[in-house]
Design a protein around this ligand. Sequence first.
Ligand code: ZN
Length: 285
Amino acid sequence: MMRISIRATVLAFVSLLCLWPVVARAQQGSSQPSSRSMDDLNWMEFKQLVPSKIDTVLLTVGTEEAHGFINTGADNTAPIAIAKSIAPDVNALIAPNISYGVTGILAPYPGSIQIPPDVFRAYVRAVLLGLVKNGFRNIIILNGHGPQVGILQDLAEQISLENKVNTLVVNWWILTSDVTKEVFGEDGGHATNNETAMVQAVDPKLVHWELFSGKDMATALPSPADGWSATPFPSTIIEYTEGQGLPKDRSQAKAEEFYNKVVAKVRALVQDTLHKWQMAGFEEP
Ligand SMILES: [Zn+2]
């Protein structure tokens, strides 16, 4: 009896030692959510995670807008991909994307959709308030579209001041204009080298090189000093600096190099901002 029980104890101890890495891994694994997408979580999982384990949310915002020979939803494709790439590193959930926005001068092109600015503002405000009510302390807006930058920055500031939460708006293509110049040697624009590379890195099938006919497809964005404006804008590829930004390098490696550098810069900004909010004591309501 005694011998069996000692043997059993030793066996149990040895098997516990053997199993330890598995147990430890399982415990580690259980602290990871089953998904970082709010769309995929159920309400019971969400309740366990927010805000006790995760109090940061990434809200991606884009629009449906003609983009030369890349997909009309490019302004959604880029921020959604960035959000997926950085969410685990900044311990965030990803809110469902806002796919329709203030498209503006390209809205008359086939497949593009315009949301009036006041409608967009009210809708995004309701989404932001919904995220606040669900317990998120840090709301990071990852925006992919230019004409709604002002509205989003305005709303983010209001929501923060009125609700004592922390908000950050990231306009990825502006934040990374230095990366565009470093990787491509020139400025970017709308549906140019930088956006094409982001889309190509996510899914090369979305870049239709066979439809790209060169500089005839592009027009430089006029400044007020240039003395003209046009709606519909005469081209769906828009250069920010005249003569710069048309895609030249079609290699997948170049697209991925650009994508990875963009993600790294956005990730670093979000991590640094979260860290500084924490240091300043803005983590608690
Ligand atoms: Zn775009």
